[in-house]
Structures are given as structure tokens and as C-alpha cells.
Write a new protein. Structure first.
Lengths: 351, 616
């Protein structure tokens, strides 16, 4: 960490995006996390993704729980809405906010403790309901704020900084998200922004429950020999499923690839996810295949990263409930109190 | 790209743009920090060591450091007008606030006397900045230095041609005095009319620092009439200094676009000229005068007219009435050279009562006999070894404007330093080309987890303006100094704009874990981890493109993933955030010391712990 605010001065060539902001305008306060924390790289990736997507900062709600990861919304998008919820309760607060105003971009920021332990029930239900959000787990496998105890995502057999071996089976959040019906499931690594930024952009433009597990080494308590979430270990065992480019709806598609080399997924907003070097055996539209692939890699001791599964046409919670299109705060008295005739009609339908 | 060799002191030296650009390599960021700390004496002495005339230069320097200053580049597209740190005027703050007893402290900073040197006698011709520097460097070692000067007092051009409203005389007296107090003999009112005679007096070495004393004249029709109304600029300025001239005509034309022209027009405004025009052959931007000198002149109501070539003087009834000028334009030839051509428009006439010709200066060495073995080139300039300043005869050295034509004070000082090294080597029977190595050092500035021994909080302030005496006052009195200098509080704020470019970002690749923390935190997007490539390729694909080819890329050896760390030095703020965010100490902020070595210093001097402490 540092005490000094980041100087306002920026590179002379810094560009503005379509909504008139520079990348620096998407920053937050200076991070108070440990120097070298993977979470700060994820914040930087979120900043980059929002800038590239021309996101209006005031159209974003960032919601988090408790933990190192859940502190990070302070460090990006300082002009956005934010809610720091009770430990593990980010998903329900986010669900409520989303039901009240469907027009915002919801970033659910959580960690392995917040989501895989105390908040696992909340995680499960938010995913299976198909809340339109980006659910980011900043996953470092330890409780950093309480000095490095194993978290529920720590791999069996991995070693803590004090030397203890973890005997418990880890919670596999990616596998759970697939099984629970998330319509966008990906995993990435904080140390690889070339992969993470396009994934986040795709997740932010995805309509439905997008789940991104980001392995994020804890430099203070989980970056040693024997850890399976250290920079070195993840780099050595990283199996990148494919390379993905995110192509915004406005962008002209100029590069031609021979057929077979590239597979493209068109999302509802017109953006295109271009998947390169995707293994022939893998189909990102096949949930069962994605689960198989995930488990096969895991069995080989590999950490699979990249976009595992996407359903570009999935319905979300609002579709399930057939809710009103407009945000609730824009509804007037006429819509909210439609009168006794309407009440009579509703009552009649229930008889 | 090959990994950057930071063991080569010139690599980090170049990162300190101001010091690199200064001919005398003054340690600018260090003295600015000393000013910020209120240590004016130390700031003054650090300057004095390198540039010998801090008070004079703090008012009159051509400031090659300022266009080079990183702050100017950093502020680009960050505010209204990017401006460098007011380096020159901060130097003056050190001079203005130094204590009375500083002369004594100077002696503690000088190299020790070398036994046996007192038998050597060195003559300097002219008491300008070059000769005075030779004397300053050699006298403390024990050499007997005698300066011969045409005028009664020392200072040369600085005293006689630079007007008093820019440089008060007491400043010259003090700083020339410090040098004479070292035991240097100044023989005033003693023009040298024969080098042979001088050499016959058994001097062991002679340094020629007589400047470029002859103002170039303009041989166009009408020049030979009314010569009391048409003057050569530098001669006229000297006449103003000596009090021979105290009035000028109401309408004055100044010909030429250099700093002498600016001194002429501003002096004319003070001596009764209320319609003063500077007329220049070329364009406004190409004028040799420093931008601030042009601004100052215009502020005082001087009109600058460009693209007009003087054609003739017009006299009526025996009186100078005006001048004709031909409109010009520039044309670039295929070889890139620029040529001035008439535009074909009709000539223009300007009325005037007096004309000052400031179209350049020439060297003249009528007093050097051509059979002494000193060779001259086709332009009448001495043939010199550019490293040693030695002429084609071993005992004779040149420096300042006498060496390579008109330059400026700070170059004259540097020539003096180099000539002094050569003279010392010559008299100690050393190889002249063996130059003393600079004193260098690279020390971590880390004091604690978030603490550095320098102030790394970057000031957002824009450049502060130096206050001026009111125009009504300065235009009435030619001795009233125009600039008043920063007060201490403003000086502190201006000093905080300095980016401490001598505190270097040093990268140790072995401990880097590639967490990207430095990349993410860098406010200027200077740092990239990427696959190696050739320089042009790398420059294009960094986090922010490195378009300033004059600034180096700092490239590491391969880190664990096989990539390299590339840092574009161009707009680094030296804020140290990369080092603060680095979990492993792969980045460190280290203060780089680069001190040029003068006569009698070098390896032995650097090895002396006391001296080393003083220099650091």
C-alpha cells in the first residue's frame, strides 16, 4: 500500500472514450491492500474494461461483502454507486437492487471467504435465479485479513505459509456455477490482463448471471512454495482454454481468419466474442462438455482458464418474473396505484 | 533490445534531463531540494562548484536546462500551458538568500593544495567567465594565476554588455570577488596586444578567454553617414555601461533577433526611446533570442517585426531619417538548408532617429602573432582539441566565446573547467586526454515502508511567475532591476514542482514476481511487461506508446515468464509509487549522484571520504 494519492498527472497520449472519459476517470481511491495484491490487478482490469466499453460510471452499481476482495470497490469507479454489504450477503443485496432498477450494470465483488464459506447459500441462489450481474470472485484461497488460514477454495494438499497441509476438499465455484445454471462462466488469473480484460468485457455485456472466478494470489499469505494459488504455481499450471477477443457492436470486424480456427459467439447486444485456439473437443455452448472439460483439467492438475461456457440467449430473473421494464424509481402514482378497476380485475383472476 | 546497462553512469545521467542539458552538468534536482529545505548556502555552494556564478546565472543564464526539463513534458495535455520548473530563477533564490559568511564555507569545498604547484604561473587573457573559471579551478591547487583585462574590473561581457536592469553590478562584484579572494591576481586596464610578449614572460600556460569582442557591422548603403546615430549594439551597450551614452533618439530601430538585440531595445526604452522596433530578417519563432527575453521586451512596449531584411539607411539634410527593408520569406532547399529570399513585395520604409545594429558578434585575434604555431581555420577561429581546449601549440588554451564563437556564460564556464583540467594535466606531466572520472553513486532512498528521503508527493501546481518591479519604475531607471526574484514561500512551492529526476527507478529482475502492481499504479503508464523486440517495435506496443525517441527505454533482462520489463523514461514522475507498490523490492528509488570532476579531483578526490561526503 501507499499513503500518497496517485498523482492526477497522466500520460500525454491518454485517450478519451466515446463517453468522454479517460481510463484514469474510472479509478478510485489509492488501494490500501498489501503491495502486490492480485486484487489490485483485478481492479485495474475492471477499470480498463469499463473504459473500453464506454461505460457511464453513474450507470454502474458495485456491491460487495466483507474481506480484502470486498474492500476493492473503493479502488475503482469512484463515480459509481456502491454498497458494502454484510459478510456473505452481497448476492441478496445485489438481487434486490437489480429488481428495483434493471438498467444499471451490476458488479458483484466477492472473495472466496465471502462467497464459498459464509455466503455460499447466497451465491447459490443468486446464480440459479439468473440475476443479471457480473459476479466476480477474487479467489486467493486464504483468509488474508485474519492472517492466512485456509479458505474453502484452498486445494487439498496445499501448504499454508506456516507449513500446515490442507486436508479438506475445496469448493469448486466454477463447477458449482455451471451446475447451478449460470449463463456465462469463466475463470481467469489476476496476473494475465490480456485474458482477464476481454473476459470482463464479455461478462459485463452478457445478459444474465455471469460468473468469473479470478485466481488472485495473496502476496502476504499465499504466495509461497507449496501454495497452489501463488503467482508461480498458477503460471506453471495455467491451461488457457482459448484466446478470446471481445468485439464491441460498433467495431468493424477487419481481421479474417480461415474457417475452423475461430469460433464466434454473438451476444444479445450485438457484441461478438471471438474464440481463438479453442480445442476442437470443446463447445462453449455445451454446459455438460464444459463441466467435463473443467473436471478433466482438474484431474490432470491443471488450472483451466478462459471462457468455459456461455449461453448468449439465456433468460434472466426479470424474464422469469415478467417484471416491469422501467426502473421502479421512475414509476409514478398512476402506475403504482392503477385504481379499483384494476384491483377488481386482479381479484377476479384469482377466483 | 539488449538489457540496459545501468552501470554506465551516462544512462542515469541522461534521465536527469536538466543536468544532462546543462553544459556544466550542474546537479539541478539536488540544489532544488536544498532550496526547498531552506539550505540556501548549500544550494549556492553546490551551484558555485559547477557553474561558478550562481547569482549571475540565476538572472542571465540561457537556461538550456529548462527546455529539457521533464516537468514540461509531463504537463503536456494536463493543463493550460506545459511549463518546465523555473530552474534558473530558483538558482537566484539560493544566491539571494545565502549567508554573509559563505566565502569561508567555500574553502571547505575546494580541493587541497598540491605541493609544488606554486612554481607554475598561468596567464588568462580577459576576465570573463571562462578565465575566471580557470582561475577558480586552478588557484586552490596552488597555481599562480594572473588575469589580464582591458577594463579596470573583472567580469568581461557580463559586466559591460549585460544591462544593469537584468544584472545588478553588486552581484558581479561579489562573485568575481570570491574568485579573486582565492589568491588570483587581476591586472586591470591591461589590454594584451601581443601573445608573443605574454609568452615571453615565462608563463607555463596561457588561457585565452577574451570573448568575441567585435560586433558585426552591416555594410549597406548609407552606413557611412551620421555614424553618431548608427551604432554597433555591443559597443553601444558598453558605452551605456561606462556612462558615455545616457540618451537615445525617440524613434529607435534595433536590427537583429538575438539576446543582444533584446538588451539593446530594452536599454533604448529606458534612455528616451519611446518608439522602439526590433527588425529581424527571419521569423519570430526562429529568432535566436530566448523566448522569455522576447516576452520581456514586448512587455515593455517594444515592437518586433519579422521577415524584413535591412536594405539601406536614408539621410535627409544630413540627418538620419529612416531605413528601407526588403520583405523576405524562407525556402527550404533539398538538402534541408533554409534560404531567405525576397518575397517580391515592395520594400518597406521605417522612420527613425537612431539605429542599433545587433546582427552578431565576431571573434578577432589581431594580437595573436600568426607565427607562434597557433593555427587558425578558414573562419579565423583557432584550431582546438575539443576535449582539452588546447590549441596547436601545447601551452595555449582557449575557452568561452574565443574558442568556438559566441555561445553563452554557462558554456564559457564549462570550457574553463575543461581547460583547467588540461592545464593541470599539462603541468603535472599527465596525458591531457586523460580526464578525471566523474564522481558517481547510486543509493537507495528508502527510509521505511512508505517513507523516502525525498518528497515524492507530486505537486500539481503550474509554474509560478517571478514578480517584476513596476514598469513605470523600471523604464525610468536603467539600473532598476526588472525581476525581483521569488520570495522564499513561492520558491518553496516552485521547488516542489521539481520531479526529482535524479532519484532513479532501479529494477532488479531476480526478485520480480510479475504481479503487475507497478504497471497498475504508475500514473504515467511508463511500465510494461512484454515480450522483447527491437526498439521501434517495443516503443509501439507499450502500455502507453513511447513516441519521444530522444528518451531511452529501460529494458531488463528476461523475468521468469520470459518477458522483459520495459520502462519508458520519458514522462516518469519519479513519484516512487512503483517502488511503494512492489511487494518484493524489485523496484527501488535510488538517488543518482553524478558530479563532474574538475582540475585536481578525480579518483583520489572521490576516494577521500571527507570530500565524498561534501559532494554527496
Amino acid at each position: 500500500m501507499t499513503y500518497l494519492p496517485k498523482p492526477k498527472l497522466h500520460h500525454p497520449s491518454l485517450q478519451r472514450n466515446a463517453v468522454g472519459f479517460t481510463r484514469r476517470d474510472y479509478e478510485g481511491a489509492i488501494s490500501t491492500l498489501c503491495a502486490g495484491c492480485g486484487h489490485d490487478s483485478i481492479s485495474a482490469a475492471i477499470i480498463q474494461a469499463c473504459w473500453e466499453l464506454d461505460v457511464q460510471p453513474h450507470r454502474v452499481a458495485k456491491i460487495s461483502g466483507i474481506g480484502c476482495s470486498s474492500k476493492t470497490p473503493t479502488y475503482f469507479l469512484s463515480a459509481s454507486h456502491g454498497f458494502n454489504a454484510v459478510h456473505g450477503r452481497m448476492p441478496s443485496v445485489l438481487t434486490g437492487a437489480n429488481l428495483a432498477n434493471r438498467e444499471l450494470l451490476y458488479l458483484g465483488i466477492s472473495g472466496d471467504g465471502d462467497s464459498a464459506s459464509i455466503g455460499i447459500g447466497q451465491f447459490v441462489h443468486a446464480i440459479r435465479r439468473g440475476v443479471d450481474m457480473v459476479y466476480i470472485v477474487e479467489n486467493n484461497g486464504v483468509y488474508g485479513l485474519t492472517k492466512g488460514q485456509f479458505s474453502a477454495t484452498a486445494d487439498q494438499g496445499s501448504k499454508s505459509k506456516k507449513g500446515a497441509i490442507n486436508t479438506d476438499v475445496p469448493v469448486d465455484m466454477v463447477g458449482m456455477a455451471l451446475q447451478l445454471g449460470a449463463s456465462f462462466v469463466a475463470r481467469s488469473f489476476s496476473g494475465d490482463k490480456h485474458q482477464l480484460v476481454p473476459l470482463l468485457k464479455a461478462a459485463m455485456t452478457h445478459k444474465g448471471a455471469a460468473f468469473v472466478d479470478v485466481i488472485s494470489p495473496c502476496v502476504a499469505f499465499n504466495n509461497h512454495e507449496g501454495s497452489t494459488k501463488s503467482y508461480d504455481y498458477v503460471r506453471e499450471h495455467n491451461h488457457a482454454l482459448c484466446r478470446m477477443d471481445f468485439i464491441s457492436p460498433r467495431a468493424e470486424i477487419t481481421v479474417d481468419y480461415p474457417p475452423g480456427e475461430v469460433r464466434e459467439v454473438r451476444q444479445h447486444d450485438g457484441s461478438v466474442l471471438r474464440l481463438r485456439k479453442l480445442p476442437e473437443s470443446h463447445d462453449t455452448g455445451d454446459r455438460v462438455a464444459a463441466m467435463n472439460y473443467l473436471h478433466a483439467c482438474q484431474a490432470r492438475g491443471e488450472i483451466v482458464t478462459g471462457l468455459l461456457y456461455v449461453d448468449p440467449e439465456a433468460p434472466d430473473l426479470h424474464a422469469h418474473f415478467d417484471t416491469v421494464q422501467a426502473p421502479l424509481n421512475t414509476l409514478g402514482e398512476r402506475e403504482l396505484c392503477p385504481g379499483s378497476a384494476t384491483l377488481a380485475k386482479i381479484n377476479a383472476s384469482l377466483r | 533490445m539488449q538489457p540496459t546497462d545501468i552501470r554506465n553512469p551516462q544512462y542515469f545521467h541522461k534521465v536527469v534531463d536538466c543536468q544532462w542539458a546543462c553544459p556544466a552538468h550542474t546537479r539541478v534536482p539536488e540544489y532544488i531540494r536544498l532550496i526547498a529545505a531552506g539550505r540556501y548556502d548549500d544550494a549556492y555552494l553546490l551551484n558555485w562548484d559547477s557553474n561558478v556564478f550562481p547569482g549571475i546565472l540565476g538572472r542571465t543564464c540561457d537556461r538550456p536546462c529548462e527546455p529539457a526539463c521533464r516537468r514540461g513534458r509531463v504537463e503536456e495535455s494536463n493543463g493550460e500551458k506545459p511549463e518546465p520548473v523555473a530552474i534558473c530563477r530558483l538558482k537566484r533564490v539560493a544566491a539571494d538568500n545565502r549567508s554573509e559568511g559563505i566565502g569561508k564555507r567555500m574553502r571547505t569545498r575546494l580541493p587541497e593544495r598540491i605541493p609544488g604547484t606554486e612554481k607554475f604561473r598561468v596567464a588568462c587573457v580577459g576576465a570573463g567567465p571562462a578565465s575566471l573559471t580557470v582561475a577558480r579551478d586552478l588557484a586552490p591547487l596552488g597555481y599562480k594565476v594572473t588575469i589580464f583585462e582591458t577594463d579596470a574590473r573583472g567580469g568581461g561581457f557580463m559586466r559591460t554588455q549585460v544591462p544593469r536592469f537584468r544584472l545588478p553590478e553588486h552581484v558581479i562584484d561579489e562573485e568575481v570577488g570570491y574568485i579573486l579572494d582565492l589568491g588570483v591576481e587581476l591586472v586591470g586596464n591591461h589590454p594584451i596586444d601581443s601573445l608573443r610578449k605574454l609568452l615571453d614572460q615565462n608563463f607555463n600556460a596561457v588561457f585565452v578567454g577574451c570573448g568575441a569582442p567585435r560586433g558585426r557591422d552591416l555594410h549597406i548603403p548609407g552606413r557611412d553617414q551620421n555614424t553618431d546615430r548608427i551604432h554597433v549594439g555591443i559597443e553601444w551597450l558598453a558605452s551605456v555601461y561606462f556612462g558615455h551614452v545616457s540618451r537615445v533618439g525617440r524613434r529607435v530601430l534595433v536590427l537583429g533577433g538575438g539576446n543582444t538585440a533584446m538588451d539593446c531595445c530594452r536599454s533604448a526604452r529606458r534612455l528616451g526611446g519611446d518608439d522602439v522596433k526590433v527588425i529581424v530578417r527571419s521569423g519570430y519563432e526562429e529568432m535566436k533570442a530566448s523566448p522569455w527575453e522576447k516576452e520581456d521586451a514586448e512587455h515593455e512596449g517594444v515592437e518586433i517585426l519579422n521577415w524584413l531584411n535591412p536594405k539601406s539607411f536614408v539621410h535627409e539634410n544630413g540627418k538620419l531619417t529612416g531605413m528601407w527593408f526588403t520583405p523576405m520569406r524562407a525556402e527550404h532547399e533539398a538538402n534541408g538548408k533554409r534560404k531567405l529570399l525576397p518575397t517580391g513585395e515592395p520594400d518597406r520604409f521605417f522612420e527613425c532617429d537612431e539605429v542599433l545594429i545587433a546582427v552578431g558578434q565576431e571573434n578577432a585575434f589581431p594580437w595573436i602573432e600568426r607565427d607562434l604555431g597557433i593555427e587558425f581555420d578558414e573562419w579565423g577561429m583557432p584550431k582546438l582539441d575539443k576535449l582539452t581546449m588546447q590549441a596547436t601549440t601545447p601551452k595555449v588554451f582557449f575557452g568561452g566565446d574565443a574558442a568556438f564563437g559566441p555561445k553563452n556564460i554557462i558554456w564559457a564556464v564549462e570550457h574553463g573547467h575543461q581547460a583547467a583540467v588540461s592545464i593541470h594535466n599539462l603541468l603535472q606531466r599527465e596525458d591531457l586526454r586523460k580526464r578525471p572520472p566523474p564522481l558517481t553513486n547510486l543509493v537507495s532512498q528508502k527510509m521505511g515502508i512508505h517513507e523516502w528521503s525525498y518528497d515524492n508527493d507530486i505537486s500539481p501546481d503550474e509554474r509560478f511567475v517571478v514578480p517584476w518591479a513596476p514598469k513605470e519604475k523600471t523604464l525610468r531607471d536603467i539600473k532598476q532591476e526588472v525581476e525581483l526574484g521569488f520570495d522564499v514561500a513561492t520558491a518553496w512551492k516552485e521547488a516542489q514542482r521539481c520531479l526529482n529526476c535524479d532519484v532513479q527507478t532501479v529494477f532488479t529482475k531476480d526478485v520480480c514476481i510479475e504481479c503487475d502492481a507497478c504497471v497498475d499504479v504508475c500514473p504515467m503508464d511508463c511500465i510494461t511487461f512484454t515480450t522483447n523486440g527491437d526498439e521501434a517495435d517495443l516503443r509501439a506496443r507499450l502500455t502507453a506508446p513511447a513516441q519521444n525517441a530522444a528518451q531511452d527505454l529501460y529494458v531488463s533482462e528476461s523475468v521468469k515468464t520470459g518477458r522483459v520489463m520495459v520502462k519508458d523514461e520519458d514522462v516518469c514522475l519519479h513519484c516512487g509509487l512503483c517502488a511503494e507498490r512492489c511487494p518484493t523490492g524489485a523496484w527501488d528509488m535510488r538517488r543518482f549522484l553524478f558530479a563532474e570532476s574538475y582540475a585536481g579531483r578525480g579518483e583520489d578526490y572521490s576516494a577521500n571520504p571527507v570530500r565524498k561526503k561534501v559532494a554527496a
